[in-house]
Write a protein that binds this ligand. Sequence first.
Ligand SMILES: Nc1ncnc2c1ncn2[C@@H]1O[C@H](COP(=O)(O)OP(=O)(O)OP(=O)(O)O)[C@@H](O)[C@H]1O
Ligand SMILES: [Mg+2]
Length: 252
Amino acid sequence: MIQVKNLSKQFKAPTEEKGLFGPKKKPFWAVKDLNFEITKGSVASILGPNGCGKTTTLRMIAGMLTPSRGTVFVDSVDVRKDKQTVKSKIGYMTNNTSLYDRLSVIETVKFFAELNQIPSDVYMPRAEKLFDQLDMRKYLNKRIADLSTGMKQKTSIVRTLIHDPDLIVLDEPTTGVDVTGQSVIVDLIKSIKDSGKTLIFSTHQLNEVRDIADQIVVMKSGEKIFDGNNNEFQKLDRNKNFTEIFMELVNE
Ligand SMILES: Nc1ncnc2c1ncn2[C@@H]1O[C@H](COP(=O)(O)OP(=O)(O)OP(=O)(O)O)[C@@H](O)[C@H]1O
Ligand SMILES: [Mg+2]
């Protein structure tokens, strides 16, 4: 379903040195020679410390950012060659929820559904189901501007899923969401998985990974340092728990 091949992204970072127009910039690899595959119908999780390149990787997979080197194949479609096809297959949620403040939740969902040219008799039942699954009924008519972080996050998730994509990419879906909200989102991910769809998400919540991920990819400084399932992860050290193993991996 997804093949990440030698995926790399170079950015420029400001240095201490002063140039003519502000600090001098130096190129660095935010993602470097990343390779992994995700099979159809599985849930993969990307883990790693802040700044290790998770968001950059997910943006490249979703066709939102052009790789400097390497590429991603989604259902054999090369994202470098046919970004539009890849985008049409994917539902991508960024970690900075970009929603329109003046719209209500329901208007937001309608707006994005209509943008994707989905007829209302198709998107309304889908939306209704998601509103129930995510326990959003109480604030459907509230304006985005008046929502809490968690409510915004759930609205973004509905927006991401409204065109019923086969591949779902969620960047930190539970960040900023309270415990109940987190468990509701985790349940939704489970039901997405049960429906046979492929999902990749990043998180800092290791318990979520243990509960729902079929595959774990750990990154550090732009590179992959682990790729395997829960069992293989635990096998790294039988005497340590999940968090301890993770800490050891990223701190090595
Ligand atoms: N557009 C950009 N221009 C320059 N540098 C960038 C850009 N986007 C990201 N970076 C840098 O690339 C590195 C990787 O960032 P990225 O957002 O992918 O990390 P992350 O793993 O998602 O981190 P977090 O856990 O904090 O979300 C960081 O050093 C970041 O500052
Ligand atoms: Mg990120």
